[in-house]
Design a protein around this ligand. Structure first.
Ligand code: 5GP
Length: 191
């Protein structure tokens, strides 16, 4: 499995328990870090400190359209990439929103594993995707059509455009649970 951090870490770990076959070893989980960054206008960026990418003149991008790698697999000769050659690889993230991140992850992983295969030989790797939530919307990014047709894209839930607050993001889990219960109750009342 390859978990896209940080949202994919907890789902990947949970999934590992469900995918474990009796008598076999645990499925290894590797991590990549991807973030959609946004470039802000110069005056806003300078007000908000240094956590945004450098602003180049006229280099203003749509928010959340460009993926940056914060962590990647080891590309060295005996590294993690070679181990993926010929394997079935499940990419795990928490949510498929615009699909930009998943498009990037699939394309770049396929490219790097193919490069490793050219070096060490062997079968092509086969990639699949698991997300907890897929937002039902027009996507900016795309994934290979055959991935969907062959059932290699699985979303546990398909949801609307709402923002999802995951428990592992909560600083105060009791508050998170309280708000979740209140939302569930108000949803039940409306039905
Ligand atoms: P993308 O737009 O590339 O599909 O998603 C990029 C990232 O935005 C996701 O991996 C996730 O970290 C974050 N994201 C998108 N929608 C939500 C949401 O509803 N809740 C949370 N917590 N994160 C989200």
């Amino acid at each position: 499995m390859i978990a896209i951090g940080g949202g994919g870490y907890v789902p990947a770990r949970i999934l590992r328990s469900f995918l474990k076959q009796p008598g076999s070893t645990n499925i290894p989980i590797q991590a990549i870090g991807l973030s959609l960054y946004e470039t802000l206008p110069a005056n806003k960026a300078s007000k908000e400190g240094t956590s945004t990418p450098p602003v180049v003149d006229r280099d203003i991008e749509e928010p959340g359209t460009k993926v940056t790698r914060t962590q990647w697999l080891d590309l060295s000769a005996l590294g993690e990439m070679d181990n993926l050659v010929g394997k079935r690889v499940l990419i795990v993230d928490e949510v498929d929103d615009t699909r930009t991140t998943l498009e990037y992850a699939v394309k770049e992983l396929e490219k790097d594993v193919e490069a490793a295969r050219a070096r060490v030989g062997g079968e092509a790797a086969q990639f699949s995707i698991f997300v907890l939530h897929n937002k039902n919307k027009v996507k900016k990014g795309s994934i290979p059509g055959n991935m969907v047709e062959e059932g290699r894209y699985v979303a546990a839930r398909t949801v609307g455009e709402e923002w999802i607050c995951y428990p592992w993001e909560a600083v105060d889990i009791d508050e998170h649970d309280r708000l979740a219960a209140a939302q569930k109750a108000s949803g039940a009342q409306q039905q």
